[in-house]
Design a protein around this ligand. Structure first.
Ligand SMILES: Nc1nc2c(ncn2[C@@H]2O[C@H](COP(=O)(O)OP(=O)(O)OP(=O)(O)O)[C@@H](O)[C@H]2O)c(=O)[nH]1
Ligand SMILES: [Mg+2]
Length: 336
């Protein structure tokens, strides 16, 4: 075992930090090192509890994680927090931003907070995050909370990396149903209507409760009574209901059972492998010098109406294949 791996296993913060930086790096030599490191790291005897926490910007994810994380740490857990936000162009400032929203957790020895690299493709960020999760778990963080902003593909990506996906929403009318339409709530294992408190003067508790009831009813119609996710209310700010949300997360886990969890994780691995391949292919397509050579011409011809899209696609793919002589473009096998 390398000394970095030993230090990670010993839970040394600086080593954990360094290991995560390594797995986040996209440089080829770092990728090799990262793979070696991960090969050295032991998997925990009991699988860590992996929870994704999503919801629109400002719904209160960080505040909720602070409240939950502090409680879990007090109960003797070691809590890792990862933030995934591939859509954002924020730089290192986001680390600061997230940490100031989690002031107690950020200074707690039993917790480790890390913001994702802000740059990069979703696949790249997903690769970094899933490997960072393994580093944290090897360092005996037994609960890993992954915060992701509820826009676009990042939710689906995070849902594919965690055991339980928690969706935070607000009582505002229409918001819930919109969520269903976007298919986001399909991913949720537990839903919490957040900000069910009277901070700021106005009492939102009743409103939150009826929103939860309405949403719970709608979901039972969609999924059926047995498979519908639990819908509860909470306030990350006051801490009310946070323990109940956690209990629902544990219930979901219990429902999966040890075998169900193992099966879920292995399917996630397979899907993730293919997602990484797709991501890499897209990168190669972008980098391909042959594609670059035909790009301008194809663009002009298509815009002028002289080349149909299908023929244009063939020309681009033919150029791409020039970069990879020997590839057999036989009949396509289904991906995964
Ligand atoms: N009343 C009330 N306000 C809250 C609650 N949770 C968060 N807030 C406030 O809502 C704002 C956003 O909170 P964050 O925890 O940063 O929300 P977030 O979802 O992490 O936001 P992004 O990371 O930017 O997507 C802050 O001003 C919080 O003080 C809550 O439970 N009740
Ligand atoms: Mg946040």
């Amino acid at each position: 075992m390398t000394s970095l791996a030993e230090d990670v296993v010993a839970g040394r913060r600086a080593a954990v930090s360094r290991a995560i930086t390594l797995v986040e790096s996209s440089r080829p030599e770092h990728r090799t090192e990262a793979r070696d490191l991960l090969g050295d790291l032991p998997t925990p005897e009991r699988p860590a509890v992996r929870v994704g926490i999503s919801g629109v910007p400002g719904v209160g994810k960080s505040t909720f994680i602070e409240a939950l994380g502090v409680r879990l740490a007090e109960d003797g857990h070691r809590v890792g927090v990862l933030a995934v936000d591939p859509s954002s162009q924020r730089t290192g400032g986001s680390v600061l931003g997230d940490k100031t929203r989690m002031p107690r957790l950020a200074t707690d020895d039993r917790a480790f907070i890390r913001a994702s690299p802000s740059a990069g493709t979703l696949g790249g960020v997903a690769r970094a995050t899933s490997q960072a999760m393994l580093v944290l778990e090897a360092a005996a963080y037994d609960v890993v909370l992954v915060e992701t902003v509820g826009v676009g593909q990042s939710e689906t990506t995070v849902a594919g990396m965690v055991d339980t996906f928690l969706f935070l929403t607000l009582a505002r009318t229409g918001d819930q149903l919109q969520g269903i339409k976007r298919g986001i709530l399909e991913l949720a294992d537990v839903i919490a209507v957040n900000k069910a408190d009277s901070v700021g003067g106005e009492d939102r508790e009743g409103e939150a409760r009826s929103a939860a009831r309405e949403l719970g009813g709608a979901l039972r119609m969609v999924h059926g009574r047995d498979r519908a996710p639990a819908v509860v209310t909470c306030s990350g700010l006051t801490g009310a209901g946070v323990e109940d949300v956690w209990q629902r997360v544990l219930d979901h886990r219990e429902q999966l059972g040890a075998d169900g969890l193992a099966e879920k994780r292995s399917h996630q691995q397979l899907d993730f492998a293919w997602a990484l391949v797709r991501d890499e292919l897209e990168q190669r397509l972008r980098r391909s010098s042959s594609v670059r050579r035909v790009r301008t011409q194809v663009r002009e011809l298509v815009l002028r109406g002289d080349l149909p899209a299908v023929a244009a696609a063939d020309r681009i793919l033919a150029a791409f294949d020039e970069d990879h002589p020997g590839d057999d473009a036989g009949p396509g096998a289904p991906v995964n």
